[in-house]
Ligand binder design. Structure first.
Ligand code: ATP
Length: 458
């Protein structure tokens, strides 16, 4: 008997008898299917059952609601054939896969293999998040890709601004790599390659090959044999070395500096860059053939400004894991961290937390007094006009003279606050809710009342 596999489903079909047969067939293989109602909060993978008469805009609304709550894989199973454009529309609105139950052989196997893989993926991502902290949709999506990449045999290129976690991700890709008898991950920072001697760093050298070559030495390519070679800042790899490196990658052969003997090394390449390598190719500073070879699968890590929801969990992680501070952190400190910019991304946040933690003395929560003066916000620049008591009073007086009672006035101010917060966070309800210190659900209800925000399948 297969291990139980809990899965939700939403029916968008009226073919109840056929749907019941499908559910029985899946439950026989260990799937535990639970009907999901609107606003049910449970994560994990699930299935949408459709047919040719399903109202796709309703399906799109359900998917939009799901993706605002959680990052999960959704399989669309059609009972009957869907027109081609509908399947693309479903993929574009967020389903991970779509197929027609009666058009394939072994549909039960197709569903169970995908759902089991996605359940494993969720578990792996949750474990990764203890080190690669963050659960924003952008970050969760990146982590899902990281796991898929690690399980593939592709050469991986990680892109992203400085400090977004590229090296950390590279180490995790090596850790998750399931190659049997996998050996070490060898790191080479291409910015440190010394012109002239850089061939030695990668390929090793023979004794006497150059002035300081007092003994024979292996390079990174040899050390990474049967393991992973991580080339950080790949865009800095000197052009003359690129051809040699391409050969090592393609053929698995290389020569030590000062030697005429071809040697062999097989390794997985993971590289990282914060440069636009395609632009470098166009400028002629990076070989096009090498670019296509190293970018078998590209993963872009989002900058911190695109995943502000992760600032607080990251700060908590750094306070507790790196500084052993278990005391609570005052809300105002998190508000300060949230409002700031981080051009240096997670590294900059990490360094700021270190400065705050090192100023924190003794017992009690971490408070804004622990923030070093040099890090204080530029109050002049904040420029948020705070209504004076008089202005607020004038606004409330107007409402009073319009005949509004206390509840109506409160409701009006609340609605304005929600609208302003949502606008300031560019429609991101999670961030707006953090600002207002209310639940996201309250803002979703506010959104639902606005007719123009209806989502539709494109
Ligand atoms: N999601 C994360 N969770 C915990 N720590 C993180 C995370 N992302 C980055 N860090 C930490 O931030 C610092 C910078 O990360 P890392 O060196 O991996 O970034 P990078 O993108 O390789 O930077 P660069 O391009 O400058 O080399 C490291 O100390 C790393 O441990």
């Amino acid at each position: 008997m297969a291990t139980p596999c809990p899965v939700w489903f939403v029916p968008f079909t009226r073919q109840h008898a056929r749907l019941a047969d499908i559910i029985v067939a899946l439950e026989h293989e260990g799937m535990e299917l639970v009907a999901r109602r609107p606003h049910d909060a449970f994560g994990g993978p699930g299935i949408l059952f459709l047919d040719a008469d399903s109202e796709l805009p309703k399906v799109a609304d359900a998917l939009a609601e799901l993706s605002s709550e959680t990052t999960c894989n959704v399989l669309a199973v059609s009972i009957g054939r869907l027109p081609g454009p509908s399947t693309w529309a479903l993929l574009r609105s967020g389903v991970s896969d779509v197929f027609s139950w009666f058009d394939v052989d072994h549909p039960v196997d197709i569903v169970t293999s995908r759902l089991r893989y996605w359940l494993d993926l969720d578990a792996t991502v949750a474990e990764l998040q203890t080190r690669l902290v963050g659960s924003s949709p952008r970050w969760s999506e990146a982590l899902r890709q990281v796991v898929d990449m690690a399980h593939s045999s592709c050469q991986v290129l990680i892109t992203g601004e400085s400090g977004t976690g590229k090296e950390l991700v590279a180490q995790e890709i090596h850790r998750l790599d399931t190659r049997p008898a996998k050996r070490d991950c060898v790191v080479v920072d291409c910015t440190n390659l010394i012109p002239g001697l850089s061939g030695s760093e990668l390929f090793g050298h023979e004794k006497g090959a150059f002035t300081n070559a007092i003994s024979t030495r292996d390079g990174a390519v040899a050390l990474a044999h049967d393991g992973t070679l991580f080339l950080d800042e790949l865009g800095e790899l000197p052009l003359p070395l690129q051809a040699e490196f391409l050969r090592a990658l393609q053929e698995g052969t290389y020569k030590r500096v000062g030697s005429n003997t071809w040697r062999q090394a097989r390794f997985r390449l993971v590289s990282a860059t914060n440069r636009d390598l395609l632009a470098e190719v166009q400028k002629g500073t990076f070989r096009q053939d090498l670019y296509y070879r190293v970018s078998g699968w590209t993963c872009h890590l989002p900058p911190l400004r695109e995943r502000k929801e992760d600032i607080q969990p990251l700060a908590e992680h750094f306070f507790t894991q790196q500084h052993g501070i278990k005391q609570p952190v005052d809300r105002q400190v998190y508000d300060f961290l949230l409002l700031r910019d981080y051009p240096g991304n997670v590294r900059e946040l990490q360094q700021l937390v270190t400065r705050i933690a090192s100023r924190h003395l003794g017992e009690g929560p971490i408070t804004i007094g622990d923030i070093p003066r040099a890090d204080w916000p530029d109050f002049a620049k904040l420029g948020v006009p705070t209504p004076t008591g008089d202005e607020l009073e004038a606004g409330v007086t107007t409402l009073l003279y319009q005949g509004l009672g206390l509840k109506e006035i409160k409701d009006q101010v609340t609605e304005i606050a929600k609208k302003v917060a949502i606008t300031h966070e560019h429609g991101n309800l999670k961030l707006a809710a953090m600002r207002l210190r209310c639940s996201e659900r309250i803002l979703q209800m506010h959104r639902r009342d606005e007719p123009e925000t209806q989502l539709r399948l494109a």
